[in-house]
Design a protein around this ligand. Structure first.
Ligand SMILES: [Zn+2]
Ligand SMILES: [Zn+2]
Length: 174
């Protein structure tokens, strides 16, 4: 279906309008649509492993991104920036945090609006389909691997094996 301009979401200040190129499927998306998580936004569009291209920037937005840039939109979509968690590098624990595809419409759509401050610059030379799973499974796995503080040549045990674990295994072997 051709999207008419009026149906596109509009980016406000601090937001990017992104044309979606690929969006991965995370287990959390299934938790959202199957009702395992409380409803934060009725009829929300899921999807939070989003790779796309910036097509419009909300007015007065101070951002490093420009129209045409490739960006990733992850699960974490907003935090307060002021609480003890936000100011100590644990913003994922912020009590006022908001999430892509749960509090805000996500990436299973032609277009998505994402907060510029939470969008991620993406490397060139990779397809959107290959980059998309890194936006949640990759982030979670990388964080877990960092916290495991694996010594060089050390042994790594992975409990449960899904999207994150198969990426962790590749990074750990590198
Ligand atoms: Zn996820
Ligand atoms: Zn906070």
């Amino acid at each position: 279906m051709e999207f008419v301009t009026e149906m596109r979401p509009r980016p406000r200040r601090g937001e990017l309008l992104i044309e979606v190129q690929a969006c991965g499927v995370c287990r959390t998306d299934l938790h959202v649509v199957e009702g395992d998580l409380p409803v934060h936004r009725p009829h929300v569009t899921p999807g939070h492993e989003i790779v796309g291209r910036v097509v419009e920037i909300g007015g007065d937005t101070d951002t490093e991104f420009a129209v045409g840039d490739s960006v990733g939109v992850p699960w974490l979509g907003f935090t307060c920036g002021m609480c003890k968690y936000c100011t100590s590098g644990s913003e994922n624990l912020c009590k006022r945090s908001e999430y892509t595809g749960w509090d805000h419409d996500g990436g299973y759509a032609e277009y998505v609006v994402g907060a510029a401050d939470y969008a991620l610059a993406l490397p060139t030379g990779y397809s959107a389909e290959h980059l998309a799973p890194l936006l949640c499974a990759g982030i979670i796995g990388y964080r877990a691997l960092e916290r495991a503080a694996l010594p060089k040549g050390g042994r790594l045990g992975i409990y449960g094996f899904g999207g994150s674990a198969h990426l962790v295994a590749q990074v750990a072997l590198d």
